[in-house]
Design a protein around this ligand. Structure first.
Ligand code: FAD
Ligand code: DHB
Length: 399
């Protein structure tokens, strides 16, 4: 027996879950199919910075309680280079802020909202595949097939939302000739740790250093999140805790020696490679790609989760228009509307990455150029304003 729904969603990350949540508020049914367990998706340590517009959207749609209670509102960041810190004041420069609130809490809040609404989610789905979304005839309906609890399942739907991340199956199911890929792979990655130590700064610190980039972030007043630039295929076994702390101390040190980095037990560590990636268009027939399934940004600038949410906001509006009036204008423009913002965010993430990391192809000239850029960004109001308005979040859509 096939299950029926209006929108079949592949992937229970931020893109899939926020989409399901927004659709539910408009009375549109969806079923979510996820290959991992709920526990796994909720425990995965990932993003931490929420743009102000995304935080507002969460609050407006009933997801604001824990966010307001536990989220840390930040009105600026520090850029540290040449042994000195320089603050970028978001309040003054962009009348804005960001909220430090971990992705796993966002995902947990969305699962709770979904359970309260009685909506259906399949976890630990195996052999997920998508069919008949090309729209050969209006009668052929898109289908999602998978196995769950040892049983074969089929969901027949009006539309499929491919929210299954960069390594998912939706994008590769589109005929390759229908998609154009734009990509840049960076010659480095980030080694990230979560440490039970109070953050050593009230705000995030992005540090440029001759040994490589470092970032001090946080998850709560008791938990620090720290990153160091490393090789893209760095072997984490070569990084005992003492080596990680030594490197962090060196890269984050100030010239006056007054700033202190607080250490604590490391409870999680991992290495992430870095790439910029966009696929165009983000639609094929009745399947829409959203979030990391359609694009990846390097993490400097903290945009991945935010972009996933802004994509599905556009998609939810398009689907709501379709179900209310039968009109497809917004759905037809989905890709165009999203890509206009995505490319600006790609540019910002690439720029932050290029300014703050060491590239093995760079020479002493390039390093002086990077320092000059950092000096310019922190001393020109126009330049700091550009950073601030991108960091707190560009408008969700342009007219
Ligand atoms: P995902 O979160 O990847 O969700 C996709 C879901 O689909 C997953 O649950 C996956 O299990 C599931 N799936 C995959 N294949 C299948 C399949 N075949 N069938 C069914 N389900 C499937 N972004 C920020 O905005 N700010 C940050 O500070 C930030 N920091 C980051 C730090 C790190 C270390 C990393 C790795 C990422 C960071 N990001 C950050 C990026 C952010 O985490 C992602 O952009 C975000 O998770 C994208 O959401 P998504 O829903 O599109 O994809
Ligand atoms: C975090 C990640 C980022 O990529 C970033 O730019 C800032 C903070 C984080 O995980 O806290």
């Amino acid at each position: 027996m096939a299950l029926r729904t209006q929108v079949g969603i592949v992937g229970a990350g931020p893109a899939g879950l926020v989409l399901a949540h927004l659709l539910g508020r408009d009375g549109i049914e969806s079923i979510v199919v996820e290959s991992r367990s709920r526990q796994y998706t909720e425990d995965r340590v990932r993003a931490g910075v929420i743009e102000q517009g995304v935080a507002a959207l969460m609050a407006e749609t009933g997801l604001g309680d824990r966010l307001h209670r536990e989220g840390l509102v930040h009105h600026g960041i520090e850029l540290r280079f040449g042994g000195r810190g320089h603050r970028i004041d978001f309040q003054d420069l962009a009348k804005g802020s960001v909220v430090i609130y971990p992705q796993n809490k966002v995902v947990g809040d969305l699962f709770d909202a979904r359970a309260a609404a009685g909506a259906q989610t399949f976890f630990e789905a195996e052999d997920v595949s998508v069919h008949d979304f090309g729209g050969a005839t209006p009668e052929t309906k898109p289908k999602i097939r998978f196995r769950a609890g040892g049983e074969a399942q089929e969901i027949v739907c009006d539309f499929i939302a491919g929210c299954d991340g960069f390594h998912g199956i939706c994008r590769p199911s589109v005929p390759a000739e229908a998609l154009k890929v734009f990509e840049r792979i960076y010659p480095f990655g980030w080694l990230g740790i979560l440490a039970e130590a109070p953050p050593s700064s009230d705000e995030l610190i992005y540090a440029y250093h001759e040994r490589g980039f470092a970032l001090l972030s946080m998850r709560s007043p008791q938990l620090s999140r720290l990153y160091i630039q490393c090789a893209p295929d760095e072997d984490i076994r070569q990084w005992p805790d003492e080596r990680i702390w030594r490197e962090l101390h060196a890269r984050l040190a100030t010239a006056d020696g007054k700033w202190k980095l607080t250490e604590g037990p490391i409870v999680q560590k991992g290495v992430t490679g870095m790439r910029s990636f966009v696929v165009e268009p983000m639609q094929f027939g009745r399947m829409f790609l959203a979030g990391d399934a359609a694009h990846i940004v390097p993490p400097t600038g903290a945009k991945g989760l935010n972009l996933a949410v802004t994509d599905v906001r556009v998609l939810a509006r398009g689907l709501a228009e379709f179900y209310a009036s039968g009109r497809q204008d917004l759905l037809n423009d989905y890709s165009k509307i999203c890509l206009r913002r995505i490319w600006k965010v790609q540019r910002f993430s690439w720029w932050m990455t290029s300014m703050l990391h060491l590239f093995d192809t760079d020479n002493a000239f390039d390093q002086r150029r990077q320092l000059a850029e950092l000096d310019y960004v922190t001393s020109s109001r126009a330049a700091s304003q550009t950073l601030a308005e991108n960091y707190v979040g560009l408008p969700m859509e342009w007219d």
